[in-house]
Design a protein around this ligand. Structure first.
Ligand code: NAD
Length: 289
């Protein structure tokens, strides 16, 4: 297949390389010359504009920073410029309303489109082990699945247009809140005089067990290897957790949902970003408690 790939940054670079490895002809575009050069080194053909990259392709995949950019790229340069039968797949994490708005514009112009945000970070993007949560009609999902499977280990149909983004921000709100709860729990355990490895051994086999504790422990030297063992470098940046929590708060407000734990997590990650630590892994929140 000929596939255009727009946005070849930390995530998109590895994803586009995996499409090449799967035998696709990848037409790449990024505003950054460095990102475009890396894509070329990985076997993509780089084009000078989005419109040239999407000409004559079977599908368009995008991995862009935010909803404003996704909307402008699709409305200005993809819709009406990619061939009418091309499938459009946006893998960026963006707000549900913009995802639905762009999909409606695409459908009105005769395209099938899915929102397909990912779980998994840069290592999963490079290794082809992302999890995709997909929103869109059944027929569009059926066409998207084999393309996404070349970049991930799981491709799940979440529901209609926007449902992929809804699942992503709900999952990440739970992750943010559970990381904060795990961090404050270890701090309390420490102040109460517990040995933290011993507390981990107990809680990881008791009802407090959760992913932030047993797969991503925020305490250095406790549990499996995690960013905490590497000075809180790598992993999932606190700034990206803050972005996802803000999207979750916006979504909650738009449907009148009460999310007190999500709100608290958002406030704590906002303080971390203000302190200039947005580049640290999100488990670094333990240092503020
Ligand atoms: P990034 O900033 O590394 O990459 C974004 C790329 O888009 C950059 O190379 C930038 O030059 C390019 N770009 C920006 N505007 C453009 C435009 N108008 N046209 C073409 N290219 C443009 O970001 P990333 O970490 O790769 O994240 C991409 C998306 O994936 C975001 O929506 C993010 O929330 C989501 N995400 C990231 C992670 C992660 O761990 N990094 C995990 C899950 C989801």
């Amino acid at each position: 297949m000929k596939i255009a790939f727009i946005g070849l940054g930390n995530m998109g670079g590895g994803m586009a390389a995996n499409l090449v490895k799967a035998g696709h002809e990848v037409h790449a575009f990024d505003l950054s010359a460095d990102a475009a050069t890396r894509a070329q080194d990985n076997g993509c053909t780089v084009f000078p504009t989005v419109r040239e990259a999407v000409a004559g392709v079977d599908a368009v995949v995008s991995m862009l920073p935010n909803g404003r950019i996704v909307e402008s790229v699709y409305t200005a340069d993809v819709i009406g410029h990619a061939p009418s039968g091309a499938l459009l797949l946006d893998c960026s994490t963006i707000d549900v309303d913009t995802a639905r708005k762009v999909a409606s514009a695409a459908e009105a112009a005769g395209y099938e489109m899915v929102d397909a945000p990912v779980s998994g970070g840069i290592a999963a993007a490079n290794g082809g082990t992302l999890t995709f949560m997909v929103g869109g009609p059944d027929a569009a999902f059926a066409r998207a699945e084999p393309i996404l499977a070349a970049m991930g280990k799981a491709v799940i149909h979440a529901g209609a247009s926007g449902a992929g983004q809804a699942a992503k921000i709900c999952n990440n709100m739970l992750l943010g809140a559970s990381m904060v709860a795990t961090c404050e729990t270890f701090r309390l355990a420490e102040k109460l005089g517990l040995d933290l490895q011993t507390f981990y051994d107990i809680s990881s086999k008791a009802s407090g067990q959760n992913w932030s504790m047993t797969s991503y422990c925020p305490v250095p030297g406790v549990g499996p290897q995690s960013p905490a063992d590497n000075g809180y470098q790598g992993g999932f940046a606190s700034a990206l957790m803050l972005k996802d929590l803000r999207l979750a708060m916006e979504a909650a407000q738009s449907v009148g949902a009460q999310v007190p734990m999500g709100e608290k997590a958002e406030a704590l990650y906002a303080s971390l970003a203000e302190a200039g630590e947005g580049g640290r892994d999100f488990s670094y929140i333990i240092k503020t408690l």
